[in-house]
Design a protein around this ligand. Structure first.
Ligand SMILES: C[S@@+](CC[C@H](N)C(=O)[O-])C[C@H]1O[C@@H](n2cnc3c(N)ncnc32)[C@H](O)[C@@H]1O
Length: 363
């Protein structure tokens, strides 16, 4: 049913619940921002009747906010005015308490953009669901960005449940607490509008989790974990032909290691398409880099760090590599510093590898 008022339209359009964020309800997380000093901002927990919100600028009752219009003004005990709004995705991610380092939301959007996902409920067969995989879940920043891209493939009923699951993201983390935080961050963003787009799983690795699934054909993979090369072969084997696999790494040396591994292992059916640096801002100037060796907490191994420097709280920057699933059995060129002995490593063989791959795509 659709109720049309002079100022707003509320209700259900073609079986899909419409969301209105023109006022605040119980369960909403809200942003408080000083009117005079807009850089002073705070994010609330989900609003609850009778609860108090302790901020650096004073204590506010949740009941002062529930039911108010967005962009309402509230006042602290000193008479300072604050605007209350629904958080943008960026405000939400950056202000939530974190256990894992999130990908900066604009970077997450760029990574998803690189994967070039175009799905909606019309382009998926009625009896088909497209499966996407992400590891690790962490703070849920990349999760939300991926959900946004696949959201329109899922048709929802008026009560918010899914009528047709056209696409689903499987988000894997080996740390149960990180998985819980990621799930909660999705649930508490915009009244959980993306909750039905994702399923959270705890497993030692994405490859281990895939072993528990039968014939999962992945339409896209997103990796942001300390050892993205582990299990890459098993993941790639479960990908659809030409499906994208993006890897986010803070350090460009990790991307280089990954690229070498993919190139040297003929059994990993992937080819590298693009490597890009995620720039934290616009403009010129000098950019400090962090170049050192460090121990990876999760694996205990020593890794080379070679990346632009970032602040401790402010995230942003890093590198992303895009790979694509290629047919099984396509031989890849190997770069050696030895004079060519075998025809398989000669430049002409490399040329023929590319021409075979190109002719495969054309066919
Ligand atoms: C940097 S965080 C991911 C942040 C996330 N992409 C975001 O944007 O919020 C890395 C996550 O990978 C998880 N992780 C580490 N090794 C893993 C593995 N082998 N399998 C699954 N998750 C893993 C960690 O527990 C951590 O939560």
């Amino acid at each position: 049913m659709i109720k049309v008022g002079r100022r707003r339209v509320v209700g259900v359009i073609r079986g899909v619940r419409t969301y209105h964020f023109d006022s605040f309800r119980r369960g909403d997380c809200v942003v408080l921002r000083s009117v005079l000093k807009p850089d002073k901002a705070s994010l609330s927990k989900p609003l609850e009747n009778g609860s108090q919100w302790q901020t650096p600028y004073g204590v506010f009752g949740h009941d002062e906010i529930i039911g108010k219009k967005t962009r309402s003004t509230i006042v602290n005990k000193h008479g300072d005015k604050f605007l209350v709004t629904h958080p943008t995705l960026e405000e939400y991610i950056l202000h939530r308490i974190r256990l894992a380092q999130p990908i900066y939301p604009h970077d997450a959007a760029a990574i998803v953009n690189l994967a070039d996902i175009h799905v909606d409920n019309g382009c998926v067969d009625p009896d088909e669901t497209l499966h996407y995989l992400e590891a690790g879940t962490g703070h849920g920043s990349l999760t939300l960005a991926i959900c946004r891209a696949i959201h329109s493939a899922n048709v929802r009923n008026a009560d918010g449940t899914v009528e047709k699951q056209g696409a689903v993201l499987h988000s894997i983390d080996r740390n149960q607490n990180h998985s819980k935080v990621g799930r909660r961050n999705v649930q508490n963003f915009r009244r959980g509008m993306y909750s039905n787009d994702v399923q959270f799983h705890v497993a030692d690795s994405p490859a281990e989790w895939l072993k528990t699934q039968q014939d999962m054909q992945l339409s896209g993979v997103f990796l942001d974990l300390p050892s993205p090369h582990v299990g890459l072969k098993a993941i790639a084997k479960e990908m659809r032909l030409d499906a994208p696999l993006t890897v986010f790494c803070p350090s460009v040396s990790q991307i280089q290691d990954l690229s070498e591994e993919v190139n040297q292992d003929a059994d990993i059916p992937l080819t590298m398409i693009t490597v890009a640096e995620l720039l934290p801002g616009m403009g010129g100037g000098m950019r400090p880099w962090d170049v050192r060796s460090s121990v990876v907490k999760e694996t205990g191994q020593i890794a080379r760090v070679c990346r632009p420097k970032v602040g401790s709280k402010m995230v942003g920057g890093g590198f992303v590599a895009l790979f694509k699933r290629i047919p099984d059995g396509i031989r890849k060129p190997r770069i050696t510093n030895q004079p060519s002995q075998s025809p398989s490593h000669s430049p002409s063989e490399e040329t023929s590898w590319w021409s075979r791959l190109k002719s495969f795509w054309k066919s």
